[in-house]
Design a protein around this ligand. Structure first.
Ligand SMILES: [Zn+2]
Ligand SMILES: [Zn+2]
Length: 347
């Protein structure tokens, strides 16, 4: 089969590699869609902090957002059948240790991340192999695009853990990538009275309005914090979700809050965040929560994607044939202005 491996910064190659086999409890699926993620771009360029720290090592078979059709199942697979449309977790736990026996997969000491840290072979490939415990049937109502969006959606979903939103609440989302978009969409779904999306690109902000944001702010054109205060009668936001990875957005997240607000940080920062004002965070009794996903999120957010009449379809701004995948990474500038989620199409 064909698969893409990154050998070093800006050195990715599409190669012919052995097709994975359906042994034991493994499911082998033909990949139909692969989502292009900012993390993939930073692995490709070498800018990822995880490349610098050595947690992601070249060569890496990257890609962690996918959906496909089951082509073969191992002899120990119980419920998944050939022909099922499936999607997968973004990690694989060993399945044998004490933690795994309790299904406490996040505590597994030998956890592999799909296409990233301690790499499980990723999905810029014609086939994926995953143990049955880490794959799920995709509901008929959801497209392959939506199936491949469940992984980033499951990260955005984590930002709402322990949060209750009412009509009186304002939720602010910083960032107009796929995770920011899904966060705005979920904030509306969960009942926030007002959802404000802050970005730097009018085209992407317009997509935000389509999927549920009430107001959008272009941070290049106006002072976002000032505008958020105006839109909340001077009070500020009850929930801020920072997905942009920009240090200034993180600083602004604190300034944009009302008392007792919650800040969920759903982003990686390529550089250290210096000069972060912590005193207002303490005085405001704010909670700042890291959100990076966990076991159980994927099927939970999938169920919302199935039920919510507001569809995420406008997020899929590009479809690129698998043969042309490397163009997305090598010529990122060409796509960057309008790209929210690019999908690699295998058909
Ligand atoms: Zn991703
Ligand atoms: Zn384990």
């Amino acid at each position: 089969m064909k698969a893409i491996t990154v050998y070093g910064p800006r050195d990715a190659r599409m190669e012919t590699v052995p097709k994975p086999e359906a042994i034991g409890d493994m499911v082998v699926a033909k990949v139909c869609r692969t989502g292009v993620c900012a993390t993939d771009q930073s692995i490709y360029t070498g800018d990822s902090s995880f490349i610098r720290s050595g947690e992601i090592k070249y060569p890496v078979r990257f890609g962690h957002e996918w959906a496909g059709i089951v082509e073969a199942v191992g002899p120990d697979v119980k419920d998944i059948r050939v022909g099922d449309r499936i999607y997968g977790d973004n990690f694989v736990a060993c399945g044998k240790c004490e933690a795994c026996k309790r299904q406490d997969y996040m505590s597994c000491p030998t956890i592999w991340s799909v296409g990233t840290v301690n790499t499980w072979d990723g999905c810029y490939a014609e086939y994926m192999q995953m143990p049955e415990r880490h794959v799920y049937k995709l509901p008929d109502e959801l497209s392959m695009d939506e199936g491949a969006l469940i992984e980033p959606a499951s990260i955005a979903y984590d930002a709402f853990r322990g949060v209750t939103l009412t009509k009186k609440d304002t939720a602010v989302v910083y960032g107009t990538g796929a995770i920011g978009m899904v966060a705005a969409w979920l904030a509306k779904y969960y009942g926030a009275g007002q959802v404000i999306l802050v970005g730097r690109n009018d085209e992407k902000l317009a997509v935000g309005l389509e999927i549920g944001a009430d107001k959008v702010i272009n941070g290049r054109k106006e002072d976002a914090v000032k505008r958020i205060k105006e839109l909340t009668d001077g009070k500020g936001a009850n929930l801020v979700i920072e997905t942009s990875g920009s240090a200034s957005a993180l600083r602004d997240s604190i300034a944009a809050c009302t008392r007792y607000a919650r800040i969920s940080v759903v982003s990686f920062y390529e550089r250290d965040v210096d000069g972060l004002p912590i005193d207002p965070l303490v005085l405001g009794c704010l909670s700042m929560v890291g959100a990076a996903g966990r076991y159980g999120n994927a099927p939970a957010v999938c169920e919302i994607m199935r039920k919510n009449p507001v569809k995420l379809t406008p997020i899929f701004t590009h479809h690129v044939p698998f043969e042309d995948t490397l163009d997305i990474f090598a010529n990122e500038d060409k796509y960057h202005g309008a790209k929210i989620k690019a999908m690699i199409a295998f058909d």
